[in-house]
Design a protein around this ligand. Structure first.
Ligand SMILES: *[C@@H]1O[C@H](CO)[C@@H](O)[C@H](O)[C@H]1NC(C)=O
Ligand SMILES: *[C@@H]1O[C@H](CO)[C@@H](O)[C@H](O)[C@H]1NC(C)=O
Ligand SMILES: *[C@@H]1O[C@H](CO)[C@@H](O)[C@H](O)[C@H]1NC(C)=O
Ligand SMILES: *[C@@H]1O[C@H](CO)[C@@H](O)[C@H](O)[C@H]1NC(C)=O
Ligand SMILES: *[C@@H]1O[C@H](CO)[C@@H](O)[C@H](O)[C@H]1NC(C)=O
Length: 447
């Protein structure tokens, strides 16, 4: 009867409301609650540039030693890196001695780190910077040094005693892939138990994804940042690969990012040997759009002025560090162009137009197409500012302005648009989370 149906409906509603209420009460924190990484972390990490160079005999300037990190810290303060926001000085693999000490603790290689990690941390802190360290959730690190498996608590305690500020936690040599979730979670808890705030950089989804779809709800709950894909190399090929893999699973990973937890597309390799000027701008622009941690791996003691200027570009960094903390996403792919957008605080939007063509000269990109499919932000008017390749105020535009951009092959145009009059922009102006897959496939007749 109608009455019965209503009664059942009411009962269901009551159960629903109750469960919502209970969930709100007992729901575990949805992000790693250590107060860190409210914007994407910035710093320097040794791996891509200095890999596992342990040969201090023949290469004392570039081997993995305390001297290298002290020198980087010095330069970071002296050359404006710290002022630009780069804060963490991070050790990667190959810092360890081949075995644990008598008490079962990890210990640094005594020849290369004669003062010990605690002293190094003190030095880094005296510069107003923070120290990052590296370990592995499995039996051995990727380069074969002692792993943390079975030692999570003691290792967390050791890092806290050394006053370390960040842990990059690799995933090589796990006895069984089914243990990754437990291992990463156990270490997260162990770090929390130390009482020291240590930024936790995971590779959990990277190692798990070849076996099963990673659970980003859980990952975000236990990690401050997490790698999804293989290592970046000093090459345009790997930078492109990371961009493509990111857009390929953006529906899965974009919603996971936000203050406290970030998708980590790996290090910035700007200032090394493999990327052209345009490709360096593409990496910087795309890492800003992707709300990526900005961990440089280069030689700050010897870097060309152009790369330095790009890495310290305050306007690009401001996009990366935007407090709204929403990761950008690809909205369109047409001919050789790709358009990405990232909603920013204050109703602003950042756009990246990437020219994937690897032949010919600069490509023409009409502004109307560029802001499409979220050109509503320019209705009735928006104020457009180009950030890369060079700063340029393009003034007030409308959704059908005839503005045209030139984008170099493998280069990226980065700009912002701010609504000028009428209403402030709202979430409705974003392509996300609407069905942009459909729009992505749509070809723009202007192109
Ligand atoms: C540990 O976790 C609790 C609960 O999530 C949180 O309140 C606390 O700030 C954390 N402590 C550290 C040092 O991360
Ligand atoms: C890994 O663990 C699972 C679940 O415990 C088990 O079924 C499987 O046999 C293990 N694989 C190996 C190679 O040990
Ligand atoms: C994680 O911790 C739980 C509880 O202490 C333990 O039972 C489990 O074996 C640990 N997992 C790993 C991979 O160490
Ligand atoms: C993913 O992790 C969350 C939080 O730990 C959990 O509540 C949820 O059940 C998990 N989802 C799946 C499909 O395992
Ligand atoms: C447009 O933005 C630029 C750069 O932020 C600013 O200098 C200018 O005043 C803005 N113009 C308008 C009309 O808002």
């Amino acid at each position: 009867s109608f009455r019965k149906a209503v009664a059942i409906a009411m009962a269901r509603l009551a159960v629903l409301l109750l469960s919502v209420g209970v969930c709100a009460l007992i729901q575990p924190v949805r992000l790693l609650d250590n107060g860190l990484a409210l914007t994407p972390p910035m710093g320097w990490l040794h791996w891509e540039r200095f890999v596992c160079n342990v040969d201090c005999g023949s290469d004392p300037e570039n081997c993995i030693s305390e001297k290298l990190f002290m020198q980087m810290a010095d330069v970071m303060v002296e050359e404006g890196w710290k002022e630009a926001g780069y804060e963490y000085v991070c050790i990667d693999d190959c810092w360890l001695a081949p075995s644990r000490d008598a008490q079962g603790r990890l210990q640094p290689d005594p020849k290369r780190f004669p003062s010990g990690i605690k002293q190094l941390a003190r030095y880094i802190h005296s510069k107003g910077l923070k120290l990052g360290i590296y370990a592995d959730v499995g039996l051995k690190t990727c380069e074969g040094y002692p792993g943390s498996y079975g030692h999570y608590d003691i290792d967390a305690k050791t890092f806290a005693e050394w006053e370390v500020d960040l842990l990059k936690y690799d995933g090589c040599n796990m006895p069984n892939w089914t243990l990754y979730a437990e291992g990463y979670i156990n270490m997260s808890r162990a770090l929390n138990q130390t009482g020291r705030k240590i930024l936790y950089s995971c590779e959990w989804p990277l190692y798990e994804s070849s076996h099963q779809k990673p659970n980003y709800t859980a990952i975000r709950q236990y990690c401050n940042q997490w790698r999804n894909f293989e290592d970046v190399f000093d090459s345009w090929r790997t930078v492109q690969q990371i961009i493509d893999l990111t857009s390929g699973i953006q529906k899965q990973i974009v919603p996971a990012a936000g203050p406290g937890g970030w998708n980590d597309p790996d290090m910035l390799v700007i200032g090394n040997f493999g990327l052209s000027k345009d490709q360096q701008q593409t990496q910087m622009a795309m890492w800003a759009i992707m709300a990526a941690p900005l961990m440089m791996s280069n030689d700050l003691r010897d870097i060309d002025p152009q790369s330095k200027e790009l890495l310290q570009n305050r306007r690009v960094i401001a996009i990366n560090q935007d407090p709204l903390g929403m990761q950008g996403y690809q909205t369109m792919k047409a001919n050789s162009f790709e358009v990405w957008e990232r909603p920013l605080s204050g109703g602003k939007m950042a756009y990246a137009v990437l020219n994937r063509r690897e032949i010919g000269g600069p490509g023409f990109f009409p502004f109307t197409a560029a802001v499409l499919p979220s050109k509503k932000i320019c209705f009735p008017q928006c104020n457009v500012t180009q950030v890369l390749p060079k700063y340029q105020e393009l003034g007030v535009q409308t959704s059908d302005s005839k503005l045209t951009f030139l984008v170099n092959p493998t280069g990226t145009l980065l700009f912002t648009a701010t609504p000028v009059t009428g209403r402030p922009s709202t979430q409705q102006d974003w392509v996300w989370p609407m069905d942009f897959e459909k729009q992505k496939k749509g070809r723009d007749p202007n192109l």
